[in-house]
Ligand binder design. Structure first.
Ligand code: F6P
Length: 379
């Protein structure tokens, strides 16, 4: 007998801890509260375009809560409107959204649940415009999605980065070194600021405030003059110097968003060693932040998001993304979120906390932080 509804789910973009917990919550709620059938597309929108999927029932999600990664696979290259296809030796980007819609219809689906970050939400907004019923679920370690106070995956990344900083702290102390720890986060400084605060960073450099290397050197010198002969610098991968540029690690030719960041910490180490007489060492945490088991916070958040997404699909509340606002689960139109990035602001509580506790944010102490943010926004 056909179940009351049939929904498809996919996980898109970079993976993060908690994806499996969302999948589990969706399938469990579908079975427990309703009689809804769930199928999972493989490798994000690629699976919908190529009609690759698997059935998901309760036994498929057993034991998934604490598992990292995604059992469905993911892709950050599968935008249905700019889908990379190899022609000869080169990739061309084609609009495959009609194929995705044909597959959705031929599978008799009522709704698609898109679990992803900004790229997935932007693609989903396009699919909504083309008439697909979509429910979004916000994930990313970067925590840079608009409309929600937090994304799942972020808390886990923060914990991993904090633990790494703690470990680096002790060796920095022993060897009297400046240790520069680079974290992911793309153009947003949430991971750097959060882990810098939690890990006792002395200097935190975020993409939202172009840094003055002189101010960074002064902070290290001041600490030395106070007998603290080591310093911890936490830097977001998207940070850049005043008047300078971001460091691009590589360009992924078949990705609609080709830029991959990484390596600014080496530049900072070289610049800093020219200004201070202390050895500077670099640790780039990279994909370490995306792997492994979700934190307790992310397990609960992912489960709440998954449950609510299924309720929304069940009652036909489509084209919205589940969100957390002031501790409560709510939802926002996907179109309001698509193509936007939530950045750290000058008046955010964490920015003010960093400032009041004497952390150097890469600008001279006398410089107005609001101005630094404003200047960055115009460059
Ligand atoms: O968006 C998540 C993220 O991990 C970013 O922090 C990082 O810049 C990017 O993805 C890395 O992507 P990839 O896995 O393709 O190198």
């Amino acid at each position: 007998m056909r179940k009351s509804k049939r929904i498809g789910i996919l996980t898109g973009g970079g993976d993060c801890p908690g994806l499996n917990a969302v999948i589990r919550a969706i399938v469990k709620t579908a079975e427990h509260d309703y009689d809804i059938e769930v199928i999972g597309f493989l490798d994000g929108y690629e699976g919908l375009i190529e009609n690759r999927y698997r059935n998901l029932d309760i036994k498929d999600v057993s034991g998934l809560l604490a598992e990292g990664g995604t059992i469905l696979g993911t892709s950050n290259r599968a935008d249905p409107f700019h889908f990379p296809v190899l022609q000869g030796e080169e990739y061309v980007f084609l609009d495959r959204s009609s194929q995705a819609i044909r597959n959705f219809e031929s599978l008799g689906l009522d709704a698609l649940m898109a679990i992803g970050g900004d790229g997935t939400m932007a693609a989903s907004a396009g699919m909504v415009e083309r008439g697909l019923n979509v429910v979004g679920v916000p994930k990313t370690i970067d925590n840079d999605l608009c409309g929600t106070d937090v994304t799942f995956g972020y808390d886990s990344a923060l914990s991993i980065a904090t633990e790494a900083i703690d470990r680096i702290h002790t060796t920095a102390q022993s060897h009297h070194r400046v240790m520069i720890i680079e974290v992911m986060g793309r153009y947003a400084g949430w991971i750097a600021l959060g882990s810098g605060l939690a890990g006792g960073g002395d200097i935190i450099l975020i993409p939202e405030i172009p840094y003055d290397i002189g101010a960074v050197a002064d902070m290290v010198k001041t600490r030395n003059s106070l007998g603290k002969n080591f310093s911890i610098v936490v830097v977001g991968e998207g940070a850049k110097p005043i008047g300078g540029d971001i460091v691009v690690k590589r360009l992924i030719e078949n990705s609609p968003d080709a830029i991959r960041l990484g390596g600014i910490s080496h530049q900072i180490a070289a610049q800093l060693e020219g200004l201070i007489n202390i050895e500077c060492r670099v640790t780039i945490l990279g994909h370490l932040l995306r792997g492994g088991a979700p934190s307790a916070h992310d397990r609960i958040l992912a489960t709440r998001f998954g449950m609510e997404a299924l309720h929304m699909a069940a009652r036909g509340d489509y084209n919205r993304m589940v969100a957390l606002q002031k501790g409560e689960i709510t939802s926002v139109p996907i179109e309001d979120v698509a193509g936007k990035t939530r950045l750290v602001t000058a008046d955010h509580a964490w920015t003010r906390t960093a400032q009041s506790t004497g952390i150097c944010l890469g600008v001279a102490e006398e410089q107005d932080l609001k101005e630094a943010f404003a200047e960055a926004a115009t460059t």
